[in-house]
Design a protein around this ligand. Structure first.
Ligand code: TYM
Length: 335
């Protein structure tokens, strides 16, 4: 089961269903480049997952390429990790079908994301939306991943992946490694700027900061960010009483690498009128080089194509090995 280099394996993905946002970046993505040296890393674009909700085909293609360019711009060096598009490696769909048959209706029904998304897309509660966690489990288990760096909202999906893998292993022997979610202490759940009781997400664009957004638009969103109606007016981390200010503290801390206490100290005695634009400026500064580099890379389509082709080949070599083992164990005749 061990991979050849004996390094631990790390894997994660993002759906190209919308533009990359600050939650995706500060939660998982900003931590990925530092992991490349220590782990065997696989980072992919989860395009198969996106069609659980209707997509415009041309827009999906553009966003997939944009996301690949942003991955590289954020510091994921394609020479040092495997970057690929999920639909380019058929083993994901193939293992997903097998795992569908080892995932229970009851456990899928309990998934928070399924409940949320089916409430939001009441006219399209399709089977893919329901069995989504089995595909995600296939993504992870194909590479025998040890760690899956994600935001808080994906923890439940990594847990069901472990349950399905254990169920399979109990029947057929040690086929799959059981992955651990890897969740950053600061930034794991960035909330909406306009409704801080909900997580930041592309489905609420007014409270969401996109990575490729213009600096003036980002600053405007921060200046308008909802703070709290208490009379205290001070920068203090207290997520229950002061969700808006606490979210801004979290964003500032994640963007600058400081602790919450550092942030409180820095803005002690200063009002929200000073604090909010300062958070906006800090975010603009970390996003500026990423935006510029993404734009530069997008002008070189041939390079991006060479990256995803090479990535798919390297990913498929590993994924197919696991898939062959699984097919054999369940009793499929060798072709
Ligand atoms: P997705 O595309 O919704 O989100 C990508 C990553 O961003 C994190 N995230 C956040 N983190 C902090 N604050 C937020 N407001 C916020 N919003 C999103 C997510 O937790 C995630 O880490 N199912 C996955 C994609 C996927 C995957 C996988 C991930 C498919 N297969 C295998 C890991 C391993 C998803 O929809 O993420």
């Amino acid at each position: 089961m061990e991979n050849e280099t004996q390094k631990k394996v790390m894997l994660s993905g993002i759906q190209p269903s919308g533009e990359l946002h600050l939650g995706n970046y500060l939660g998982p993505l900003q931590h990925w480049p530092a992991m490349i040296e220590a782990y065997d890393c696989y980072f992919f674009l989860a395009d198969l997952h996106t069609i659980t909700v209707r997509q415009d085909p041309a827009v999906l293609r553009r966003r997939t390429l944009n996301l690949l360019a942003s991955y590289i711009a954020c510091g994921l060096d394609p020479e040092k990790c495997v970057l690929f598009v999920q639909s380019h490696v058929p083993a994901h769909s193939q293992l997903a079908w097998v795992l569908d048959c080892y995932t229970m209706f009851g456990e899928l029904s309990r998934m928070t994301q399924f409940k949320d998304k089916s409430a939001r897309n009441a006219d399209n509660i399709n089977a893919g939306l329901f069995t989504y966690p089995a595909l995600m489990a296939a993504d992870i288990l194909l590479y025998q991943a040890d760690f899956v760096p994600v935001g808080e909202d994906q923890k439940q999906h990594v847990e069901i992946c472990r349950d399905v893998a254990s169920r399979f292993n109990n029947i057929y022997g040690e086929i799959f490694k059981l992955p651990e979610p890897y969740i950053a202490k600061v930034g794991a759940r960035i909330m909406s700027l306009s409704a801080p009781e909900s997580k930041m997400s592309k489905s609420m664009p007014e409270g969401c900061v996109f990575l490729l957004e213009k600096p003036e638009d980002i600053l405007r969103k921060f200046k308008r960010a909802v703070t709290d109606s208490d009379n205290e007016r001070c920068v203090r981390y207290a997520p229950r009483e002061k969700p808006g200010v606490s979210n801004l503290i979290q964003i500032y801390a994640a963007a600058t690498g400081n602790t919450y206490e550092d942030v409180e100290r820095e803005f002690d005695g200063k009002g929200y009128g000073v604090f909010k634009p300062a958070v906006g400026e800090a975010v603009v500064e970390i996003l500026r080089p990423i935006r510029e580099e993404t734009e530069r890379l997008l002008a070189d389509k041939a390079y991006l194509e060479s990256v995803y082709r090479a990535g798919a080949e390297r990913a498929a070599a590993v994924a197919n090995k696991t898939l062959r083992k699984v097919y054999k164990k369940v009793g499929f005749l060798a072709p």
